[in-house]
Design a binder for this molecule. Structure first.
Ligand code: SER
Length: 873
């Protein structure tokens, strides 16, 4: 079977058993503070397990794009070195939300593997949870009994908590699990050495392919386990491993999931892949793996950047660049050339990449090129360190850390380069610096969250704020959090008018009024599906009824900006073309910011057209209609959906004249465009490769902006006394230019005259031409010019110049090169001595140094001291 057939067989097998096929969630996670990336198929279903949300279907099947490069599940360092770990991988999963349990899950996984995929039962081992005394968890007898219906007892192994109790993270849903391992060794090898002993031993041929998790608990912050309201099944099969087993290969990279990419790299680099352990082969695997993670993350909206998820993507990309640069002898960007191939390969299952292939390739190319330059700089830095260390042959920890932190050099690269030059790296010192940085970033971002205190089961904070901004409601749950050592609280209400930050629109602010007591809501955020209100304190009586009231003016201003954002998005497509796609959006009461894919700076003419178009749509006073409808219907109407956004089956559609703008959007809008009043673009800039940003104002903010601009122009006109302001300013600029030139020329003449005058005034002190003088110049630069000019015209020169520069004393010393060699003079030492007289300090080089100070009175003394120093030397 081809990998495509293997994937569809899985989906269909469960579809015929009552499961609904659902799409993969985006690889980049929003609305979950515990995760940056989807690291397991179950992430998108977390709220179903916890009982925070009811699923539409109790049985679901999918293939999920996962990334395990940060947090609890991190495989990055293994990737490429071995043949079966990946950064991005597909996880095939079947799910039961409070429906079937161990019996069906086990039977179906057995039947699929042995009857459909036809894996030899003699190659299969399964594990069950042995129990854990400390946790008070028993042996999983039920799973064990179910397995015995299918498989020889010899092949059922007991596993401990580490391998057989699956947890999503430090907290969250978890439960005992049963893994399925396949022994891919030859028959002879299997007969010779029992595979039982190789399970979970990191043997490259005896690998886990599928994990069946029986979700029964929620791990709380205090470490205890709380039983879930219902029992669920979460299974995850590593797609790339399954393909490898079925295609009978020794490595995931030899399957048709990766072979196309590997061949393309072979062609680009003109090196053959041998499939072994050499550095070249590892590099091939690193590239073939990393390009997937990077491409899909960008397609899902995560651009490489310097923080958070963006930084993780940047590091993965850099790891790949470093491998091809070091081991495949490629100094040119090449990853981006693999994007079209990946797009084609995954067109049917993950179309988001194909739809943005040029954009993704462009972003990757620019990142690669920038890092290749940095790599060169980093290599120079290492060279410098090596050249300057006279006796030591160690690269100190701080330098190694700087290379890592600033230049993106992983420690093994520094180690490698160092060893080539006979150097070693102070690893302990490096580790200490790393530790310090970790502590710094932990302190900067540390959020410590308590468990929820649930007052009303099932209260999920239903959002009623499209129509109501003030309602009577009650607290459903709350908890304490610590942000950078400050205690705050989060509150979930039974129903709420507060809009939680999402789709770029900021969270509402407002108040919760508990009887006499008013508590300010500083922000509203979503955590998975919960709407969380941020407050600085709790009310005295949290159980009392309360009135929740949104700050209406702020909400209104935000709505102007949100509707205007849709008008802008449509205008950009109309003026610039259909390639324009939303890459980021920020909608607040004060400003709107819209990032979009487009490859060049917008011309003034384009900006004017966009501004005009948006304003004409405002004046048309179009009705803004919102409607819930099935996603398919919305898409068939031509609605704009965003990549990297997770949509349910029912979507909310915002229409502003169906022929002009239809978008899937959960935000708040004005009922008619006329309410926006006016729209104006205030800036256009680049944010990343291929991504432009427009900032704009609407309504009262735009009005204030115009008022200020008009008043500014009036003031300018007044200053220019009635003349045509543009012409007057142009004349002034020209005149200024001319004057500058004249001043420069005058200064140069003055320097020349002074030089000629000083050159003939030199005293011969022991064969040295000594000149010392206080000169009448008002710029340090001019003094410097004079010094250099004298150096060129007087041999064996020892020069001390003093100047009063706008009330501040200034000294310079210039010494001819031959005197430096002959006498060992050093201008920067001498200047420090002289500067004492002017209460100052300075420095420079052996031939020229300068100093500033506080005491002008001391200038002459300093100049005289120059002579004494020379005479005494
Ligand atoms: N959640 C389990 C895992 O990620 C099974 O899907 O391994």
């Amino acid at each position: 079977m081809t990998s495509k057939e293997i994937r569809s067989t899985f989906l269909e097998f469960f579809e015929t058993r009552g499961h609904r096929i659902v799409p993969s969630a985006p690889i980049v996670v929003k609305n979950d503070p515990t995760l940056l990336f989807t690291n397991a198929g179950m992430n998108q279903f977390k709220d179903y397990f916890l009982g925070n949300r009811m699923p539409a279907d109790k049985r679901v099947v999918d293939t999920q794009k996962c990334l395990r490069v940060s947090g609890k599940h991190n495989d990055l360092e293994e990737v490429g070195v071995d043949t079966y770990h990946h950064t991005m991988f597909e996880m095939l999963g079947n799910w039961s939300f409070g429906d079937y349990f161990k019996k069906e899950a086990i039977e179906w996984s057995w039947r699929l593997l042995t009857e459909v995929y036809r894996i030899d039962p003699d190659q299969i081992y399964v594990t069950v949870f042995e129990g854990d005394e400390k946790e008070g968890l028993p042996f999983d007898q039920e799973a064990y009994d179910e397995w015995l219906k299918w498989i020889d007892p010899e092949r059922v192994l007991k596993g401990n908590k580490k391998d057989n109790f699956w947890e999503m993270g430090e907290t969250g849903p978890c439960g005992p699990c049963s893994e399925i391992h396949v022994d891919c060794r030859s028959k002879e090898e299997r007969e010779e050495f029992d595979g039982r002993n190789l399970v979970n031993e990191d043997h490259p041929q005896v690998i886990e392919i599928w994990n069946n998790v029986f979700m029964e608990f929620n791990r709380l912050k205090d470490g205890s386990l709380q039983e879930l309201p219902q029992k669920h099944v979460d299974t995850g099969m590593g797609f790339e491993r399954l393909v490898r087993v079925l295609q009978q290969k020794n490595s995931n990279y030899d399957t048709d999931v990766f072979s196309g990419t590997i061949e393309a790299i072979e062609k680009i680099c003109d090196i053959g892949y041998q499939g072994g352990d050499s550095r070249e082969d590892i590099a091939f695997r690193v590239l073939a793996d990393h390009i997937r993670a990077v491409s899909f993350a960008i397609a899902d909206g995560q651009l490489p950047s310097n923080t958070g998820a963006g930084y993780v993507i940047r590091r993965i990309l850099r790891r790949a660049v470093r491998y091809y640069y070091s081991y495949l002898q490629s100094e040119y960007a090449l990853l981006y050339r693999l994007v079209p191939l990946l797009s084609d390969q995954f067109k049917e299952v993950f179309p988001e990449l194909d739809k943005q292939r040029d954009f993704v390739a462009k972003v990757i190319r620019e990142e690669e090129e920038t890092f290749l330059k940095t790599l060169e700089k980093g290599l120079k830095k290492i060279d410098e360190v090596i050249r300057h260390s006279k006796e030591k042959t160690i690269i100190d920890g701080q330098t190694a850390f700087e290379l890592y932190d600033t230049f993106g050099f992983p420690i093994d690269l520094t180690r490698l380069i160092a060893s080539e030059k006979g150097f070693s790296v102070d690893e302990g010192g490096f580790e200490r610096e790393m530790q310090k940085q970790k502590e710094r970033s932990r302190a900067a971002t540390a959020i410590d969250t308590d468990d929820w205190v649930v007052l009303r089961e099932g209260g999920r904070g239903e959002f009623v704020g499209y129509h109501d901004l003030l309602i009577e409601t009650e607290v459903a749950r709350y908890r304490k959090i610590k942000v950078k050592d400050k205690t705050k609280y989060q509150i979930v209400l039974s129903a709420t008018p507060f809009y939680a930050e999402s789709g770029g629109q900021v969270g509402d602010q407002g108040v919760l009024v508990f009887g006499e007591e008013t508590i300010a809501v500083t922000d509203t955020k979503k955590e998975n599906e919960l709407i969380v209100h941020m407050v600085d304190k709790l009310p005295t009586d949290i159980n009392s009824k309360l009135v929740a009231q949104v700050d209406m003016q702020k909400r209104l201003n935000t709505s102007y900006n949100h509707t205007a954002t849709h008008l802008l998005h449509a205008a950009l497509k109309e003026v610039l073309g259909d390639h324009v796609g939303q890459k980021g959006s920020f909608v607040s009461p004060d400003i709107l910011r819209f990032d979009f894919s487009h490859f060049s700076k917008l011309s003034e003419e384009e900006l004017v057209r966009i501004n005009r178009l948006v304003n004409s749509k405002i004046r048309e006073n179009i009705l803004v209609e919102t409607e819930e409808m099935p996603k398919e219907k919305a898409l068939s109407l031509g609605a704009t959906a965003l990549f990297g956004e997770k949509y349910g089956d029912e979507v909310r559609v915002v229409m502003i004249d169906p022929a002009y703008s239809i978008e899937l959007c959960g935000g708040t809008h004005v009922p008619q465009t006329g309410m926006i009043g006016v729209f104006t673009i205030v800036s256009e800039s680049a944010v990343a490769s291929g991504v432009r940003r427009i900032e704009a104002l609407t309504g009262p903010a735009a009005f204030n902006y115009f008022t200020e601009k008009i008043s500014q122009s009036k003031q300018i006109a007044e200053l220019l006394k009635g003349s045509n302001p543009l012409k007057a300013i142009e004349d002034m600029i020209n005149e200024n230019h001319q004057l500058k030139k004249e001043v420069e020329k005058a200064t140069l003449d003055k320097v020349k005259t002074l030089r000629d005058e000083l050159a003939v005034s030199a005293d011969d002190i022991g064969g040295i031409n000594f000149i010392a003088r206080k000169v009448d110049l008002d710029h340090a630069d001019t003094v410097k010019k004079l010094a250099f000019s004298l150096k060129n015209s007087v041999d064996r020169l020892f020069l001390v110049l003093g100047a009063d520069i706008q009330g501040k004393p200034h000294l310079s010393v210039m010494i001819s090169d031959d005197l430096i060699k002959e006498k060992g003079f050093n201008a920067s030492v001498i200047i420090r001595e002289l500067a004492k007289e002017i209460n100052g300090g300075g420095g420079g080089q052996p031939f020229f140094a300068s100093a500033g100070g506080k005491n002008v009175e001391g200038l002459q003394r300093a100049i005289d001291k120059g002579r004494t120093l020379l005479v005494d030397s």
